[in-house]
Design a protein around this ligand. Structure first.
Ligand code: PLP
Length: 391
């Protein structure tokens, strides 16, 4: 299987698995326990915190709070900012956020908050003037993702954080897709909160981080235990934390070499498909993009049917966000960029990782070209529902 769905999840790096294993069996202690077994676990958590700090350039290791996933980090950040300043009743976010951010914002809207969702243009670029206008004194928090999970489009979050700060607004960014692929140096920015997730950078599922800048007002989502300095209750997921630390360290050390290599592979895939599939188009081509993400639309072809044919030929990709998989709803990101619902249904996302090889990219391009040609010319490739795969 050629796996080009790394924005959905990544394979756990064997070195990461090796680092975490002893913390399942040998060093199984509770970091809060006052004995040697607990102390070993506590030391490992401290080391992992420093490794994550290194990846994101946080000024203080205490700014790293371990959570259960990226979604929890997103929810904690937004709800915390809202609760910390209850007199402020407006939330600013963007039209293309991941469901983890969108759902929390919509819930707050039901509770009486006003939601200002800033739009993007046809290339996935944020309307900066509208963002600036939205930052009024009633805003509790502004949340804009670092990089889009569907198109890879990168927002200028360092600049957005500065705009927010100038207006006295707390700024959060969902960097779940950016961590390990984009340079992050938080100490040099005004970003107050940032979310990341282990399983997008070759650590296991079920571990994430909320970065919380020192001095930022904070209200925990989970209360009870004193873990994470009282900011996130629940006995620490020590194996997951150790794994995320190891993954962060590997990502930090390999980025300078891997980012240009992955970008070149992604460019090669894009060039080959553009040259050989008439009418197809790259989404967010006019925007800065993550090195690993290529989203395309194939007019007249149904994305879901193409994905099923890819799968049969040994290519794993995805349409829109993985969270939409199984549903026929066109991607909200594609719609926000002005695509028609019909065109949006023809969207396919290829997402590479440091494990992707040049041979795989050449083979993947061949499969895409073959399936697009067969579907487009009506050569009888049946869709999963038995309908013709071309519409
Ligand atoms: N934010 C973005 C941009 C994502 O792509 C994802 C996962 O797809 C999440 C948040 C949620 O992360 P997790 O699966 O760790 O909850």
């Amino acid at each position: 299987m050629i796996y080009l769905d790394n924005n959905a999840t990544t394979r756990v790096d064997p070195r990461v698995a090796a680092a975490m294993l002893p913390f399942l069996t040998e060093h199984f202690g509770n970091p809060s326990s006052r004995h040697g077994v607990g102390a070993a676990a506590a030391a490992a958590v401290r080391a992992a915190r420093r490794q994550v700090q290194g990846l994101i350039g946080a000024a203080h290791e205490s700014e790293v709070i371990f959570t259960s996933c990226g979604s929890e980090a997103d929810a904690t950040a937004i709800l915390s900012a809202a609760r910390a300043r209850p007199e402020r009743r407006v939330i600013v976010t963007t039209a293309v956020e991941h469901a983890a951010v969108q759902a929390v914002c919509r819930d707050l809207e039901k509770d009486g908050y006003t939601l200002r969702e800033i739009g993007v243009d046809g290339e996935g670029r944020l309307d900066l003037a509208a963002f600036a206008r939205a930052l009024t004194p009633e805003v509790a928090v502004a949340s804009a993702m670092w990089a889009n999970n569907e198109t890879g489009a990168v927002f200028p979050v360092v600049e957005l954080a500065e705009m927010a700060h100038a207006a006295g607004v707390i700024f959060h960014t969902d960097a779940v897709q950016a961590a390990g692929k984009a340079e992050i140096d938080l100490a040099a920015t005004k970003i107050d909160m940032l979310s990341l997730s282990g399983h997008k950078l070759h650590a296991p599922k079920g571990i994430g981080v909320l970065y919380l800048r020192r001095g930022t007002p904070f209200r925990p989502l989970l209360r009870g235990g004193h873990q994470e300095k009282g900011r996130r209750a629940g006995t620490e997921n020590v194996p997951g934390i150790v794994a995320l630390g190891a993954a962060a360290d590997l990502a930090r050390r390999q980025m300078a070499e891997e980012v240009p290599r992955i970008a070149a592979l992604c460019d090669a895939l894009q060039a080959e498909i553009l040259a050989r599939v008439p009418g197809c188009r790259v989404l967010a081509a006019g925007s800065p993009r993550l090195c690993n993400t290529l989203a395309m639309v194939f007019p007249g072809l149904e994305g879901e049917a193409m994905l099923a044919h890819f799968d049969r030929r040994g290519l794993a990709a995805s349409g829109g966000s993985a969270c939409n998989a199984g549903g026929m709803a066109p991607s909200h990101v594609a719609l926000a960029m002005g695509l028609s619902p019909v065109l949006a249904r023809g969207m396919i996302r290829f997402s590479l990782s440091r494990e992707t090889t040049a041979e795989e990219i050449a083979a993947a391009a061949g499969i895409v070209v073959e399936v697009a040609a067969a579907c487009g010319s009506g050569l009888g490739l049946a869709s999963p529902r038995g309908r013709a795969a071309y519409v």
